[in-house]
Design a protein around this ligand. Structure first.
Ligand code: ATP
Ligand code: MG
Length: 227
């Protein structure tokens, strides 16, 4: 099998003063995969994505990304640039006054010129069918509109891997179908966390479930994982 883009080994994690959320968790994301992860509320799915990009530090285990072991905060800057995380709550992600500024923030931050950035903003807005939101005040968007803008902002960074935390949450049926079309057409490997079985079925090349702190093969006959 080809080399994994992201590998987690023996990951353990506990929030301060709480019992372990993740225990002895292993995960490999391979090129070309669209890996769906489900699991009960509070199982630790969002925590897992945050560990992958170094926003949380595991208590045990190792994170390897793009061929390198990632230890300190400095090591993770490159991971966050190459693996685009779409947060579960869009309000954790959007912080600029307008939609176009939010999408432009990432490209400008990595040194793209103003004109290059303007072209990228146009391109992603067009791709996501969001041109009509370009000048809007971000915090006055609807929940679904905000979610699409967070996706567009992450895509503007041209990440090699996408980490999507409940990307279809709050989207209407037509927009969900459009999102499925877009995601399936992308060349990037991705991890998608989703509670929506239909959404997962349309997208996943592999499905796992997070139960009791670790990942197991998803079994559609059970609610979550294989016994
Ligand atoms: N900052 C925090 N401090 C303490 N406990 C936390 C913190 N953030 C999350 N938790 C707890 O850790 C557990 C895992 O949270 P996490 O958000 O990763 O779950 P999840 O699987 O993403 O759930 P959901 O499906 O509801 O999004 C939950 O019990 C949650 O209450
Ligand atoms: Mg979550």
């Amino acid at each position: 099998m080809s080399e994994a883009l992201i590998s987690l080994r023996n990951i353990g994690f506990a929030y301060l003063g709480r019992t372990a959320t993740l225990q002895a968790l292993d995960l490999d994301l391979f090129p070309g995969e669209r890996l769906c992860v489900s699991g009960p509320n509070g199982a630790g799915k969002s925590t897992l994505l945050h560990i992958m990009v170094g926003l949380l530090k595991p208590t045990t285990g190792t994170v390897e990304a793009f061929g390198q072991k990632r230890l300190g905060e400095k090591n993770f800057h490159d991971v966050r640039r190459r693996a685009g995380l779409v947060f579960q709550d869009p309000d954790d992600q959007l912080f600029c006054p307008t939609v176009q500024e939010d999408i432009a923030f990432g490209p400008l931050n990595i040194g793209k010129s103003k004109s290059e950035t303007a072209a990228i903003v146009e391109q992603v807005l067009e791709h996501f069918g969001l041109m009509h939101l370009k000048e809007r005040i971000t915090h006055k968007l609807s929940g679904g509109e905000k979610r699409l803008v967070t996706l567009a902002a992450v895509m503007a960074m041209e990440p090699e891997v996408l980490l999507l935390d409940e990307p279809s949450n709050g989207l209407d049926e037509e927009t969900t179908d459009r999102l499925v079309e877009i995601l399936v057409s992308l060349p990037q490997s991705m991890i998608l966390i989703s509670h929506d079985a239909h959404f997962r079925a349309k997208i996943a090349t592999r499905s796992l479930s997070l139960v009791d702190g670790h990942l197991e093969d998803f079994d559609p006959k059970c609610r979550h994982a294989k016994p």
